[in-house]
Design a protein around this ligand. Structure first.
Ligand SMILES: Cc1ncc(COP(=O)(O)O)c(C=O)c1O
Length: 395
């Protein structure tokens, strides 16, 4: 097969700027230790926050489901891919999120694409945090709505954006700006910050805007039952649609949205990633149900990972690292230029620790970093080892 010249030039350019990416092959199951290149290393790179990706109960649920349903779903949900396992999972997710209904998609990425494009279109307005996940940005572009990206975690900037667009305070005139939709990650994936949700919810109410939350990194972790930040703050009532993923704390694969029955009905009819893609395997649904049951039964898991992350942040701060502040399992170690982040990651790997560098365009220029993610399976000793390795690798 042939590759046009621009491809080689693009790859050379990425290499010259420290932005070339390569895959790392993992040779073992998910866990705090993994095998890379035949070597066992301690890892801080996975979103398996509660340690459920390889939990025996979750594995067993998946195996039993494969024995009952086989592996592939064979068709999209609306054709022949919808099983009792999907229906049961959606009932469980709706109960977990205190919502009327829930709808499962093949991935979290596709959930955001489906939700945003079903709710807004040309002539509408999407207000989106500047550091929202790429799937939200892509969804907004795909929707054809006017996209305004406000300063990161800054509700006042969001208010200025919506009020200037409407030309007045109060609900915007339909003919001026169409339907407004405010969308935010609740825990930001690359810096672990928590969104100013109380202020954003008040703004959406004031402006008559729909409020869509992406709770991908809050699901299973925040709130009294682990339902997310909106639950923690008692703000679920003001939310139009709450997106989550089965792929992070729930340890599997798939995305979901919790919402009113009517919103879910609209998505079944209009969300193109739902309509035109093969359903999640029933086994992934059964595994997610087992994981949800563990989230409910073992709240100590979320306490443990959040405590470990708090401990890591304060130790890093004491040693002069800029490591974020909010109580989430994501600890950013800000470095600056991509080459420095790569060098720090390589220094860790030499010391038996895997924690890859995160560089633009995933994060803004000048803010390359290591993104440390903790899991409930890590120990205090693992955290101490990471801190020592970071100090040594920093030089
Ligand atoms: C905030 C956020 N939303 C959505 C997604 C997409 O979820 P999934 O990996 O299930 O497609 C991610 C994962 O990378 C994420 O970090």
């Amino acid at each position: 097969m042939a590759a046009p010249d621009f491809i080689r030039e693009t790859l050379e350019d990425l290499k010259a700027h420290g932005l070339y990416r390569r895959l790392t092959e993992i040779g073992s199951a998910a866990g705090p230790h993994v095998e890379i290149g035949g070597r066992r290393v301690l890892q801080f790179a996975s979103n398996n926050y509660l340690g459920l990706a390889n939990d025996p109960r979750v594995r067993e649920a998946a195996i039993r489901a494969v024995e009952r349903w086989g592996w592939g779903a064979g068709a999209s949900r609306l054709v022949a891919g919808h099983t009792e396992a999907h229906a049961h999972l959606e009932a469980d997710l709706a109960a977990f999120k205190h919502a009327e209904a829930a709808l499962v998609f093949p991935t979290g990425y596709m959930t955001n694409l489906g939700v945003v494009t079903a709710l807004v279109g040309r002539g509408d307005l999407v207000l989106s945090d500047r550091e929202n996940h790429a799937s939200i940005v892509d969804a907004a572009h795909l929707s054809g709505a006017h996209l305004v990206r406000y300063a990161h975690a800054d509700a006042a900037a969001a208010a200025r954006a919506i009020e200037s667009r409407a030309g007045k305070s109060g609900p915007p005139d339909d003919r001026q700006s169409g339907r407004p939709l405010l969308v935010t990650d609740t825990v930001f994936s690359m810096d672990g910050r928590v969104a100013p949700l109380a202020d954003l919810a008040a703004l959406s109410r004031r402006a008559g805007a729909m409020l869509v939350l992406d709770e991908a990194h809050a699901t299973g972790l925040l709130g009294p039952t682990g339902a997310g930040l909106a639950e923690a703050l008692g703000l679920e009532g003001g939310v139009t649609a709450s997106v989550g993923t089965l792929s992070k704390a729930l340890g599997g694969i798939g995305g979901f949205v919790a919402a009113s029955r009517e919103v879910c009905d609209l998505l079944v009819n209009r969300a193109r990633p739902f309509l035109y893609s093969t359903a999640l395997p029933a086994a992934a649904c059964e595994a997610a149900r087992a994981a949800l049951a563990i989230v409910r039964a073992e709240p100590e898991r979320r306490g443990r990972v959040l405590d470990l992350a708090d401990g890591l942040r304060s130790r890093l701060r004491e040693r002069g690292f800029d490591a974020g502040a909010d109580r989430t399992p994501i600890v950013p170690v800000l470095v600056g230029e991509p080459e420095r982040a790569l060098a720090l990651a390589a220094g860790l790997l030499e010391r038996g620790i895997f924690c890859p560098a995160i560089r633009p365009p995933t994060v803004p220029r000048g803010t390359s970093r290591l993104r440390v993610s903790l899991t409930a399976e890590h120990t205090e000793e693992d955290v101490a080892r990471l801190v020592a390795a970071l100090v040594a690798a920093r030089g």
